[in-house]
Design a protein around this ligand. Structure first.
Ligand SMILES: Cc1cc2nc3c(=O)[nH]c(=O)nc-3n(C[C@H](O)[C@H](O)[C@H](O)COP(=O)(O)OP(=O)(O)OC[C@H]3O[C@@H](n4cnc5c(N)ncnc54)[C@H](O)[C@@H]3O)c2cc1C
Length: 65
């Protein structure tokens, strides 16, 4: 059986917003490979319709959201 080898600096599993945002941060310095079990329109990120919210710094809080 033939084997296929793929060399990469970093393997990210999952192509939702978490995986893609990490890939964007690391891409300038590393070669990134993203592996996902589904097509890109089948994660929770695709279904988020209200815009992704998060607490980014100390002037914000989870309670405020
Ligand atoms: C209907 C809906 C509406 C939402 N609305 C909002 C909103 O308005 N605002 C908000 O802030 N949040 C919302 N959310 C929550 C938000 O979408 C999620 O918190 C966020 O998208 C999670 O991102 P993620 O990258 O962690 O996961 P996901 O986007 O789910 O990505 C997970 C990835 O991992 C892959 N994966 C999973 N298991 C494996 C495996 N075993 N092997 C390989 N790959 C795998 C999947 O294929 C997918 O690519 C909503 C969620 C849903 C379901």
């Amino acid at each position: 059986m033939p084997s296929t080898q793929h060399h990469t600096d970093i393997l990210i599993i999952g192509s939702g917003i978490a995986g893609l945002s990490l890939a964007l941060r690391l891409a300038p310095q590393y070669q990134i490979t993203i592996l996902s079990k589904n097509i890109s329109t089948e994660g929770a990120s695709y279904y988020a319709q209200g815009g992704i919210v998060a607490v980014f710094d100390q002037t914000d809080s989870i309670e405020a959201h």
